[in-house]
Design a protein around this ligand. Sequence first.
Ligand code: CA
Length: 230
Amino acid sequence: MHNQPLILIVEDEDTISNFISSMLASNGYRCVKTGSGREATAMTASHVPDLILLDLGLPDIDGTEVLKQIRLWTDIPVVVLSARGHEREKVEALDLGADDYITKPFGTSELLARIRTALRHSRNLGQRETVHNFSVGDLKIDYEKRSVRLSGQEVHLTPIEYKILVLLSRHVGKVLTHAFMIKEVWGPYASENQALRVNMANIRRKLELNPAEPRYILTEVGVGYRMAEE
Ligand code: CA
């Protein structure tokens, strides 16, 4: 019986793949790896890993194609490995059902944090427990009372601002794309890019000591926003 989570590493560059596998091994994970997209799909079915780290630039089939095939039958968390500057590729992967992404080159602590978050979200999904409040740093949200407090002081948000904040907090640690947030807040027919930006600026003005260097809601340039976990 293995209790350590099993991670499938899909990456064709050996240096990166070896770096990840030795780092995961020394942090209590088991891993299997492949550099081929086709093999990745087969190994997902045969090993049923707890999480997949998926490079998008693979030699045989594209990483996004692998993601599509995997998502036909399983919700196994997928964290995409992507190159700097490939924002559209990241957004596409997230919209296809990837749970998160990490930009190369990345450090150990960043990768471990992404893995922990993705594993936790997939477990919580299974449990479906109701969470009544949320807190990070000096920020506290009471979902039943619809109350937001910063260092004990009530923060007054508009209904839309509150909806955005709740959405981010329900997915704490996970990146949410602009398109996903707009759909969740304004519905499927909206394209309120401008409204999202304006509301975000207002939320930050109310929550952040320095809105230019946010502590709670982080900007993922060209992709979306992420609520800080600590
Ligand atoms: Ca590659």
